[in-house]
Design a protein around this ligand. Structure first.
Ligand code: WTA
Length: 630
């Protein structure tokens, strides 16, 4: 059951708004439940005790796997395309995936993992990552996937914060010409993680790694030996399914917790309606399972809908910048879902690589993670979609669990640079700084008025921070942290973050975390990090750094490199600043607060638009910043 026409979209939107209980009760019937819910929805944005499908019981893997065995056992669920284009593809049918998941679930059980335990995954994009995610869900363990580009310290922080007792990793992971030494990094992380009892290690790149006796076990032979029978653990709808970390504007990353029932309905419903896949279509989402996009539109959404998808281990530019187009041609991909940063990056290589391939299988294009600029939208539409594919520009967040605002492919109209209209059940609101709701064509801060099934229920171990981060700016509303414009037809255009998060290549990074990392350098006394417009990444990272005047400094170039590498080591390579400017002081208010607005303007070369600087404690420093701007 899905929306088929624009008129039907209007009708469903109205029903979901006016009778959410009936609407979501009906939608939930598209899934298998072990026990029916008693109440569809409880709680609101004041009480924050949000619950969906109370008393309902289910296992999400039964919905992703078991129920397809009847008529799709031999249909391919996953086509694995390795980093090395010469490595043969691995096709995994629904039946094979089901068996592997059950086997891995038994391996986890044999290593003491029980319902409710947390399991951390730090792996490359191989089918075993997907299998491990589903194996956790099968036995009711809470998975927390950490992106393989994060450092040992970032990994340790996440393992300890969620209290994981088992880690699943790989010897390493190929990425283009390089290799990420995952097991080595995990070993350094584990020095600070006393609660991890067992580590399961998949072989991927066949390098020598240290294996700690009693703690580390090779996973592949264990899977081969394990039984392929594993009854699913019966979960309450509100039991946790996973924790996924997302940067915060202050402090350490937030472990957003999603639950079994509501998340399942949301991931399944949004995939079905936004992408509108038909029989024999092939879906490809280029995200990594380490991010929410990979959770909802690789691990869960496609499988909940019995789709066939490509899973890709590599990077868009290896062995050349035509890799995406080659893979689309090779597997006749029909639905392609990627990030604007990748589109802009590949656009820069010209049409030579695109024109070499037959992309006529494509029916639908998707975009996610950051605003897509008009030029990239047009290029994507014209050269990749051949002018005939609708583009679904999907706005959502780790916190929302699934797509919130998007066109429905071929059903509702797309519009360049607009993510268009909210899905049924998503009641958006634009507000001004005081929280007053703005009507009609307008621009303001983007909020959501009512709970939807996929909303993250809390920040793991920190309900106060959950309340503070999302519900305190505008009481009674969920504040997204984004600014947006709305046109006269009700289409939304996201203008970007309005808080201290920077969206770098579709990844949200907290400025505070990067500053903390810079400040750990012995020569640094203070730093301030802001975003600035970057042609390919969307935003780049600009760091202003004050050095200790009492110390001798090495030459600036070496120091910059050292600082950048240090951030890479502490947080992970994606967090490295693009530009570092050594400054004598930072512009501060009389109460000592850094005026980030001015730093952002300077970093963006908007020198004429600095606003009133006379209230600063040290207005003279602004000229200094501009003079030595990088
Ligand atoms: C941004 C990623 C514009 C936005 C799914 C949001 C977007 C943040 C879009 C969440 C889009 C995501 N257009 N901006 N289509 N999609 N964003 O948690 O700023 O990694 O708040 O989730 O990405 O990033 P997150």
């Amino acid at each position: 059951m899905r929306i088929k026409t624009a008129a039907q979209y209007e009708e469903w939107y109205k029903n979901a708004k006016e009778n959410p209980e009936d609407f979501w009760g009906e939608m939930a019937q598209n899934f298998s439940w072990r026990r029916r819910w008693e109440k569809v929805q409880e709680g609101d944005f004041n009480s924050l005790d949000i619950k969906w499908f109370q008393a309902g019981q289910l296992n999400i893997t039964e919905n992703c796997l078991d129920r397809h065995l009847k008529d799709k056992a031999d249909q391919v669920a996953v086509i694995f395309e390795a980093n090395d284009p010469n490595e043969p593809a691995r096709n995994i049918t629904y039946k094979e995936l089901f068996e592997k998941v059950c086997k891995m679930a038994n391996v986890l059980k044999n290593h003491g993992v029980q319902k409710g335990d947390r399991v951390c995954l730090y792996m490359g994009m191989i089918p075993e990552l997907l299998i491990s995610v589903l194996a956790c869900a099968r036995i009711g363990a809470v998975h927390s996937v950490v992106f393989g580009g994060f450092s040992n310290q970032s990994l340790a922080m996440r393992i300890n914060d969620c209290g994981a007792k088992l880690l699943i990793t790989c010897d390493g992971s190929p990425r283009g010409k390089k290799q990420v030494l995952l097991k080595d990094i995990a070993d350094s992380a584990l020095k600070d993680c006393p609660n991890v009892e067992n580590v399961l290690v998949f072989k991927r790149i066949e390098i020598e790694v240290a294996m700690k006796e009693g703690r580390d076990h090779w996973a592949n032979p264990l899977i081969d030996e394990a039984s392929s029978e594993c009854a699913p653990e019966i979960m309450d709808a509100e039991d946790p399914l996973f924790i996924l970390y997302s940067s915060g504007s202050t402090g350490k990353p937030k472990g957003l917790m999603h639950t079994c029932g509501g998340y399942m309905v949301w991931a399944g419903f949004t995939f079905n309606n936004v992408f509108q896949m038909e029989k024999d279509d092939i879906f490809w989402c280029t995200a990594d399972i380490g991010w929410i996009t990979g959770h909802s539109y690789i691990a869960y959404g496609p499988l909940l809908n019995g789709a066939t998808q490509v899973m890709f281990e590599g990077i868009p530019t290896y062995p050349d910048p035509g890799r995406f187009w080659k893979v689309i041609d090779k597997y006749k991909v029909t639905h392609f879902y990627t990030a604007p940063t990748a589109i802009r990056h590949l656009e820069g290589f010209g049409l030579e690589y695109v024109n070499k391939r037959d992309l006529s299988s494509l029916k639908v294009l998707g975009s996610v993670g950051e605003p897509i600029n008009e030029e990239a939208w047009n290029w994507y539409s014209k050269h990749i979609g051949n002018g005939k594919c609708p583009i679904v520009d999907t706005w959502w967040q780790t916190e929302t669990g699934g797509i919130m605002i998007s066109a429905l492919a071929g059903v509702t109209k797309d519009k360049a640079t607009y993510t268009t209209k909210p899905l049924p059940g998503v009641i958006m609101s634009l507000v001004d700084h005081e929280g007053k709701e703005l009507e009609g064509e307008n621009e303001g801060n983007l909020c959501i008025k009512k709970p939807w099934p996929g909303i993250a229920r809390t920040i793991w171990g920190n309900p106060e921070r959950y309340k503070e981060t999302y519900f305190s700016t505008y009481p009674g509303l969920y504040f997204t942290g984004d600014g947006a414009k709305r046109d006269s037809e009700g289409n939304f255009r996201i203008t970007g973050r309005v808080d201290d998060l920077i969206n770098v290549s579709g990844h949200l990074l907290g400025t505070a975390e990067i500053e903390d990392a810079l400040n750990q350098h012995k020569e640094v006394v203070e730093s301030a990090v802001v975003g600035y417009p970057h042609n390919i990444k969307g935003s780049g990272i600009y760091a202003y750094v004050i050095l200790d005047q009492n110390q001798e400094h090495e030459n600036p170039e070496d120091l910059n490199k050292e600082l950048s590498n240090m951030v890479g080591t502490i947080l992970g390579p994606i967090c490295k600043p693009d530009k570092i400017q050594i400054v004598p002081a930072l512009p501060k208010t009389r109460s000592g607060k850094i005026m980030r607005r001015i730093l952002r303007k300077v970093a963006s070369n908007k020198f004429d638009d600095l606003g009133d600087t006379s209230t600063l404690l040290n207005p003279e420093v602004v000229d200094e910043l501009i003079k030595h701007k990088i």
